[in-house]
Design a protein around this ligand. Structure first.
Ligand code: GLN
Length: 541
């Protein structure tokens, strides 16, 4: 591992033509190729928006907010990096336009630039470069992958492209390399691949003084060599540096798909890194022994309010898949709109067709009574259930109402005048008025109770999981549950972190979000517990 960021190599990944092509997948695929060659990899994501982080964005527009160990509320792509590369990222690995301008303006006020006119060039660009090099210095890796959000030609990306141009100019050519992701359409009426969008995007990029070293072509239909050669010729990159990445059954096939066309060796050559035979055994084992051998399927109903954008719960969806692979079953998700359950009593019977129910995290009151009804249904009908964060809190509300005889029980987030505030805001949270970055965020130690299902699933009593919430189980009311069937099974200081209900096949809730640490190679224990219970209920043990 290099001793300082000065020795790091950088690979920039840029996107063109249209958004949503899967720059994150290309980034992790390049990372996997480097890892398979024994190199250490870290990732920086540049987001050219003015938000300081993704914490205040709407999940239906921007996808889920991914929480890091150090409490960062970041873009969904960070989830891909951690899951596939098996690394832990820090919140400082996300650079947004908002952060950059924020520090330039603070420095200006402090007098750091006394006498100068503060400008995009050089001050903003210098701040971007400082942030990149500072990261590489503090968390060294052989190669830093830098994914630049947005698409070539976006007004807001210009300062970042200029920073890349300067990096290319100031570093030896073998230290910085650029990969452009482009789209090669296949119009049905023409029945041939069109390379013009790729050519135009390279021209646009060159206008910023950047010459891509490699081009990855996304396509719906595999691109023939003839079209790839044409792109190489017109875009002035070597033929062996243009790759095709068609739609794949599973993104886990992408790293090898690109390697089979020579991408892994080419990146190493471009960066003057030793060329070694890649070791794909861990990935191949997962694909051949788990993914390709699934038999049977469990269906998980997810009652929630963000049913329109799949990415809103992406870490939950991924964690369910990982758990399915570990149990040898496919997992199908059905998103259930809780507002429909509130309007129409009978629609609860949608849940008769699922093998398990997962109520994910959430904020605000919309659809909560529908969630509570779904939870009650799961508990009464013996349907395996996992509640995460808000799902955990509402499961406790439901239990207090139905079993402890507290019909008015609620969370004060939803009903401030409830007579039984079983979920309440922490005193230290009451003073806070700013919404961004002020929740209980990131990893906390949780101590589990011996003899519980959760302790058995984790195989240890001391765990560390990630949080993103403001409300907690009210410590003053916890003792009301002591002789009931609901046990609080994990704690951080006096705060309840998990619970389970006895006499049910599987009824568990966690205040933390275990999905953020799930990987295909290390599925999250509560998710494994849920899927194993669904499988047992459906197919027997
Ligand atoms: N809204 C709840 C809270 O702030 C739950 C948050 C969540 O589910 N992430 O405590």
């Amino acid at each position: 591992m290099p001793e300082s960021g000065k020795n790091s190599k950088y690979v920039f990944i840029l996107g063109s033509v249209l958004s949503g092509l899967g720059k994150g997948i290309v980034t992790v695929s390049i990372g996997k190729n480097l890892e398979a060659r024994g190199l250490s990899v870290q990732v920086i994501k540049i987001d050219p928006y003015l938000n300081l982080d993704a914490g205040t964005m709407n999940p239906t527009e921007h996808g889920e907010c991914f929480v890091t160990e150090d409490g960062g509320e970041l873009d969904v792509d960070f989830g891909h990096y951690e899951r596939f590369l098996g690394i832990q990222v820090s919140k400082h690995q996300n650079i947004t336009t908002g952060q950059v301008y924020n520090s330039v303006i603070q420095k200006e006020r402090r007098g750091d630039y006394l006498g100068q006119t503060v400008q995009v060039v050089p001050h903003v660009i210098d701040e971007i470069l400082r942030r990149i090099e500072d990261r590489a210095e503090n968390n060294p890796a052989d190669v830093y992958l830098i994914e630049v959000g947005g698409t070539i030609g976006d007004i807001e990306s210009f300062p970042f492209l200029e920073a890349l141009r300067q990096m290319q100019r100031n570093h030896p050519a073998v230290d910085v390399c650029t990969v452009l992701l482009t789209y090669v359409p296949f119009p049905k009426h023409l029945q041939e691949h069109k390379t013009k969008p790729a050519q135009h995007s390279v021209r646009e990029l060159r206008a910023s003084g950047i010459f891509p070293n490699m081009i990855v072509c996304r396509s719906d239909v595999p691109v023939p060599q003839k079209a790839l050669s044409k792109i190489a010729n017109f875009c002035d990159v070597p033929e062996e540096a243009v790759y095709d990445l068609p739609d794949l059954e599973n993104v886990l096939y992408a790293p090898r798909k690109l390697d089979s066309q020579g991408l892994g060796d080419y990146v190493c050559q471009a960066l003057n890194l030793p060329e070694v035979e890649p070791d794909w055994s861990a990935l191949d084992k997962l694909l051949q022994e788990n993914l390709e051998k699934l038999s049977g399927k469990v269906v998980i109903g997810v009652p929630g309010k963000y049913t329109t954008l799949l990415d809103s719960y992406i870490s939950v969806n991924e964690a369910l898949k990982h758990a399915g692979w570990s149990q040898g079953v496919e997992v199908e998700l059905i998103h259930i709109d809780t507002e429909t359950i509130e309007r129409d009593e009978d629609s609860i019977h949608q849940l008769d067709h699922v093998d398990g129910i997962l109520v994910p995290g959430g904020f605000g009151d919309r659809g909560t009574e529908g969630k509570i009804r779904s939870i009650r249904y799961a508990r009464e009908k013996g349907i395996p259930f996992l509640g995460i964060c808000l799902g955990f809190q509402l499961a406790i509300v439901e239990y207090a109402r139905s079993v402890l005889g507290k019909p008015d029980a609620h969370s004060t987030e939803i009903n401030q005048s409830t007579s039984y505030p079983i979920i309440d805001i922490l005193p230290e949270q009451k003073q806070i008025t700013d919404k961004g970055g002020t929740m209980r965020l990131g990893a906390y130690d949780v101590t589990l109770l011996p003899g519980t299902i959760i302790a058995e699933l984790y195989g240890t009593l001391e765990i560390k999981e990630r949080h993103r919430h403001r409300y907690e189980v009210n410590p003053d009311l916890i003792s009301d549950f002591s002789s009931s069937g609901l046990t609080f099974t994990g704690f951080w200081n006096e705060l309840a972190e998990s619970m389970e209900v006895k006499g049910h096949p599987f009824f568990m809730g966690t205040q933390f979000h275990p999905e953020f640490k799930s990987t295909p190679w290390k599925p999250s224990p509560p998710y494994v517990g849920l899927i194993a219970a669904c499988k047992a209920r459906k197919y027997g043990n």
